[in-house]
Design a protein around this ligand. Structure first.
Ligand code: GLU
Length: 445
């Protein structure tokens, strides 16, 4: 890390004790920015690096609600409004028991560069709660969402901060959140949330966008090698929204997804994952992945263990942070995997990234690969602002074009700053420069 940036990183460690994921995300970005410090002294002179590491605003609040047994439950809610130089804060809400300030800050920090990289007018933010929707009834989820929004509504707005989904927050939760926002404010302000249902202001392709975008990015990597997804063996981790639509797009483009997972284990299905069955198990029944194996006689269930033990050409980690470690990376490389592209946010540990680089495996970071989700949220905002709704085809074409643009920007920037082919350097530097220039233009604010 550049000497000037080491001091900034030390300050981040000191000011944010115990927030390991946030430290990891900051370190990863600062590691790439050495060549920028040397080439553009104006950023350090205006303390842009230091300002970027401090969120503009952090909100932490109590979320009380009553469960089906009549017991009062208390959760903690968060919204970290990290940077608004490029547009209103934009980023999802995560409902998962692991959520604490350090996770929200890591996600919010990543979001700044990801959103910048899309080329769209959106700042970076993230929020969520330690609420665990698993095993909760619809009524409980609704009461939780209503209580969460009863505090959050005063901090958000179509020109201020525009939340969306993430782990544990999908169409159902966005519906309850939007309903409560509308009720409290007496405004049908469609642009305040994205990921809405199609009949009430949502965009075509938003549900599919993160998974589809991930695969479009991989297609670009392959196109550069004069290759394609046709006939490729792919392993996807997770079985949530990102994984499901990554699997669908790989299948549409001629690849075979032979394994996917959830927190209880993974399934290997050499004939290719049966997507209709997977969706029924995960989305309708909200059951464990073992239910998939029970209904597919040729599929094999492995409880515990690592899905990365399954040999593949392409690995798409689409579950959660730090799910693919150094040992997994070594196994993938040994088994002949040539591309690891992150559908989730920061799923590869720093050690995994080093092992992949050492082994010559192409690594593409989440802030570039999974940016299709938030980019399509920005398309949803455009449609809301013009009270329009586009067709599926038109929206998917826009998404594909955005992903091609991100891929191109990563490679051109990596070249320009002396790390040809390094997608992480390209994504971090390109994302940084767009935000940094806006911050310079807006003065010390
Ligand atoms: N949670 C998604 C992400 O990690 C989407 C955020 C959004 O659409 O605002 O980028």
């Amino acid at each position: 890390m550049d000497e000037k940036l080491v001091d900034i990183y030390d300050e981040v460690l000191q000011r944010n004790p115990g927030e390991q994921e946030f430290h990891q995300a900051v370190q990863e970005v600062l590691n790439s920015l050495g060549p920028v410090v040397a080439k553009h002294p104006q950023y350090a002179d205006a303390a842009v690096f230091r300002r970027l590491c401090e969120p503009e605003r952090q909100i932490i609040f109590r979320v009380p609600w009553v469960d089906d047994e009549g017991q009062v439950q208390i959760n903690r809610g968060f919204r970290v409004e990290f940077n608004s130089a490029l547009g209103p804060y934009k980023g999802g809400l995560r409902f998962h028991p692991s959520v604490y300030l350090g996770i929200v800050k890591f996600l919010g920090f990543e979001q700044i560069f990801k959103n910048s990289l899309t080329g769209m007018p959106i700042g970076g933010g993230k929020g969520g709660s330690d609420f665990d929707p698993k095993g909760r009834s619809d009524g409980e989820v609704m009461r939780f969402c209503q209580s969460f929004m009863t505090e959050l509504y005063r901090h958000i707005g179509e020109y201020t901060d525009v939340p969306a989904g993430d782990i544990g927050v999908g169409g159902r939760e966005i519906g309850y959140l939007f309903g409560q926002y509308k009720r409290i404010t007496n405004r049908y302000e469609s642009g305040v949330l994205t990921g809405k249902g199609l009949s009430w202001g949502g965009s075509q392709v938003r549900t599919e966008a993160t998974g589809y975008g991930t695969v479009f990015f991989v297609e670009e990597i392959l196109r550069d090698r004069k290759d394609s997804l046709d006939g490729k063996r792919v392993v996807v981790s997770g079985s949530g929204n990102v994984a499901v639509y990554a699997i669908q797009k790989v299948q549409q483009l001629g690849g075979t997804v032979v394994a996917c997972s959830d927190s209880s284990g993974y399934v290997v299905d050499e004939a290719g994952i049966d997507l209709a069955l997977l969706r029924d198990v995960k989305e309708v029944r909200r059951a464990r992945i073992s239910a998939y194996a029970e209904e597919r006689p040729d599929a094999r269930l492995v409880e515990g263990g690592s899905v990365w033990d399954v040999p593949c050409d392409i690995a798409l980690p689409c579950a959660t942070q730090n799910e693919l470690n150094g040992k997994d990376a070594a196994t993938l490389a040994r088994n002949g995997c040539t591309i690891v592209a992150e559908g989730a946010n920061m799923p590869c540990t720093p050690e995994a990234v080093d092992v992949l680089a050492e082994a010559g495996v192409t690594f593409a970071p989440g802030k570039a690969v999974n940016a299709g989700g938030v980019a399509t949220s920005a398309l949803e905002m455009q449609q809301n602002a013009s009270r329009d709704s586009w067709t599926f085809q038109h929206t998917e074409d826009r998404l594909a074009e955005i992903m091609r643009g991100i891929h191109e920007r990563c490679l051109t920037t990596a070249d320009e700053y002396g790390s040809p082919g390094d997608y992480s350097a390209g994504a971090n530097i390109s994302g940084f420069i767009r935000v940094a220039d806006a911050m310079l233009a807006l003065g010390v604010v």
